[in-house]
Design a protein around this ligand. Structure first.
Ligand code: NAD
Length: 427
């Protein structure tokens, strides 16, 4: 079933539905259904053992009517161009819904960093930039980290770009290390953003955070910081699911009186994989990978990969669940969406819930461009302001138009991008 899933087909279906509601003309529809540009290329690398391997790389620029394309680069063994296209499309809507002056892009390399040395990964990063250097840059397309890429990868990419262009261009890429053009607060930004929107949703539904429990899928960058801030608000996470590289399957780790974030972080690798052998002794129940969905909790926070809540498993969502905050991109299929709406579960859609990362990337660019860096509180304060304002706008529209939060977010985003294309005279 999973192999048949096509993220781009889903992104186009979502778009078509909103285009109907907005009664968009045929021309603008056709423009926005497809990426404006895409690049497919090879990245040859001499491996540590002296052999050569050729990796496949992508960069997709979906739309840049509102500003330079913006979006991460994923390293994943199952990466496909359709996944990258979908993610690029979602970036366009995400930047528009939170009203930052950027468009949508995404990139990837088909590779598995688990089996690559640091030197080999560096060569992939540099090779990727060499192939695309003329078509990306601070004024055209600004990459960032994503699944299985991090600040170190971004710095190697920046360095290669600056060597090729002969100057300093810190605004070329975001998610850089602190002190090397990175913004304070960027690691926390996506996870914290998820919880800023979750806090607003709880406020709207009259739910007190301290009376809630949550179950989280994923234990990587987004999940860990979402858990951190949610716990600071008083909530309790009782289950966390992640991928086990050794067993090639996922597990859910449950502690009914609350998982211990600090303790779990100590036994987690840099890819967000919790070491099963180490948690066994810490009093966690080890359940199947999809058990995170059926826990008796108030809140679900999917923060792993796409297509995790589907028409097939949506019925297993626990009866108590009131809110789903989508930390991951595209975790819920459209079939599942309908059933979630029918159950009156409040969904905070991915393009809004996980926009904290791109908002902070935008802040990183602003800081690089002015060569003046803000302190952490200033970053979090501005992030909270921006994402909360977007949440309120989406929620207001959802109420006035009597549509779901997802539809409202898409209506706002697509309307803004369509207007930018029209105002520029493109169509
Ligand atoms: P990450 O690589 O740090 O963590 C991914 C987590 O998902 C890991 O814990 C991994 O074990 C888990 N996982 C992977 N496959 C799984 C499976 N089949 N079942 C259960 N768990 C699985 O990645 P991240 O940066 O935290 O990103 C997570 C999601 O959030 C992705 O969808 C990404 O596109 C999205 N996102 C990330 C950012 C960001 O700033 N990092 C911003 C916006 C959206």
């Amino acid at each position: 079933m999973a192999t048949e899933f096509n993220a781009f087909a889903m992104a186009q279906r979502q778009f078509d539905a909103v285009a109907d509601k907005l009664q968009l003309d045929e021309g603008i529809r056709e423009l926005l259904r497809w990426p404006q540009r895409e690049f497919h290329f090879t990245v040859p690398v001499r491996m540590d053992d002296g052999t050569y391997r050729v990796f496949k790389g992508f960069r997709v620029q979906h739309n840049d009517a509102r500003g330079p394309a913006k979006g991460g680069i994923r390293f994943h063994p199952q990466e496909t161009v359709d996944t990258v296209r979908a993610l690029a499309t979602w970036m366009t809507w995400k930047c528009a819904v939170v009203d930052i002056p950027l468009g949508g892009g995404k990139g990837g390399v088909i590779c598995d960093p688990h089996h690559l040395s640091d030197r080999e990964q560096e060569q992939i990063c540099r090779g990727w930039v060499r192939q695309i250097a003329k078509n990306v840059g601070p004024l055209s397309d600004v990459p960032a980290p994503d699944v299985m890429t991090n600040a170190q990868h971004m710095l190697w990419m920046l360095d290669e770009f600056e060597v090729l262009h002969g100057g300093h261009y810190p605004g070329f890429i975001t998610g850089k290390p602190i002190g090397m053009g990175g913004s304070l607060g960027r690691p926390e930004a996506t996870g914290f953003g998820v919880v800023f929107t979750l806090r607003e949703a709880m406020r709207e539904l009259n739910i007190k955070p301290e009376n809630t429990q949550a179950s989280v899928q994923g234990f990587g960058n987004v999940a860990q910081f979402a858990i951190e801030l949610y716990e600071r608000l008083g909530g309790k996470v009782i289950a966390v699911a992640c991928w086990d590289q050794q067993d090639q399957t996922s597990y859910t780790y449950r502690k009914k009186n609350g998982v211990n974030l600090a303790e779990l972080r100590k036994v987690t690798d840099r890819f967000g994989g919790i070491q099963k052998s180490k948690v066994e002794g810490l009093g966690y129940e080890i359940l199947p990978g999809d058990a995170w969905l059926e826990q008796d909790v108030d809140i679900l926070i999917p923060c792993a990969i796409e297509n995790q809540i589907t028409g097939e498993n949506v019925g297993r969502i626990g009866k108590r669940v009131r809110i789903i905050a989508e930390g991951a991109n595209g975790p819920t299929s459209p079939d599942a969406d309908r059933l979630i709406a029918a159950r009156n579960i409040f969904i905070i859609p991915d393009l809004l819930a996980n926009a904290g990362g791109v908002i902070c990337s935008y802040f990183e660019q602003v800081q690089c461009n002015t060569n003046y860096f803000w302190d952490r509180d200033e970053v979090f304060g501005k992030l909270d302001q921006k994402i909360t304002a977007a949440f309120i706008a989406v929620s207001d529209l959802a109420k006035t138009k009597r549509v779901s939060m997802r539809d409202a977010a898409y209506l706002i985003a697509i309307h803004r991008v369509a207007s930018a294309c029209k105002d520029r005279g493109w169509i």
